[in-house]
Design a protein around this ligand. Structure first.
Ligand code: G3P
Length: 220
């Protein structure tokens, strides 16, 4: 499973990339706003820290504008940057054009299995269903992930990867792992929650205390 980081904060990318298990990074206009930094500059810096796909989102809403922006981003940013496009009819058209030119596209803001399959047909490298935002409406975002994974099982020739996004807590990740989701993008705090376990910390404390005794006895 690919682990992506959902942030535009360079310090967070550095910290998680240092763990050695970071496969990619996703950004969006809201995350760029939160960083308070220049879009292209911050994406370039992220792309230098992580060799995997780095999603940079277009802001045009028409296909021609999306294609133009996508080509410009590809020309100006490092090779590992891929283009993030919203799931609309115009987005499908732009995905078809860009993917036809060998450019990786991450189709985002997916809220149904039909949207995911149509984006895959347009040539998307990734489709990004948003789990947490469905949970926010009172429905279960994981149901959508299950529907998409079942759909993918029905059509084994699909090469598009399912990229679970809008992950809000460790259970979302655990359930994605059980379903064989290809990729998930998480905020830094979820990476930290997933690696932490109180029994690991307690175990280390116990081993350290006993080792101090071993040293004291001159047996180290
Ligand atoms: O990458 C976009 C997605 O992960 C957004 O998450 O928490 O804003 O719904 P959130």
């Amino acid at each position: 499973m690919e682990f992506f980081l959902d942030t535009a904060i360079i310090e967070e990318v550095k910290e998680i990339a240092d763990w050695g298990i970071l496969d990619g990074v996703t950004t969006n206009p809201s995350l760029i706003k939160k960083s308070g930094r220049d879009f292209k500059q911050v994406v370039s810096e992220i792309a230098a820290l992580c060799s995997g796909p780095i999603s940079a989102e277009v802001t045009a809403l028409d296909a021609a504008g999306m294609v133009e922006e996508g080509l410009q981003l590809k020309a100006e940013l490092p090779e590992n940057v891929i283009i993030k496009i919203p799931c609309t009819p115009e987005g499908l058209k732009a995905t078809k054009v860009l993917s036809g030119q060998g450019i990786g596209v991450n189709v985002t803001l997916i809220f149904s299995a039909s949207q995911a399959l149509m984006s895959a047909k347009a040539g998307a490298m990734y489709v990004s269903p948003f789990i947490g935002r469905i949970d926010d409406t009172g429905a279960d975002g994981m149901d959508l992930i299950a529907e998409i994974m079942n759909t993918w099982d029905n059509y084994p020739d699909i090469e598009t990867k399912v990229l679970a996004a809008s992950i809000r807590h460790p259970m979302h990740m655990l359930q994605c792992m059980q379903m064989g989701v290809h990729t998930a993008t998480m905020p830094t705090k979820i990476f930290k929650m997933l690696i932490k376990h109180p029994l690991t910390d307690k175990g280390i404390d116990g081993f350290m205390a006993d080792w101090a005794e071993v040293e004291k006895a001159g047996n180290a």
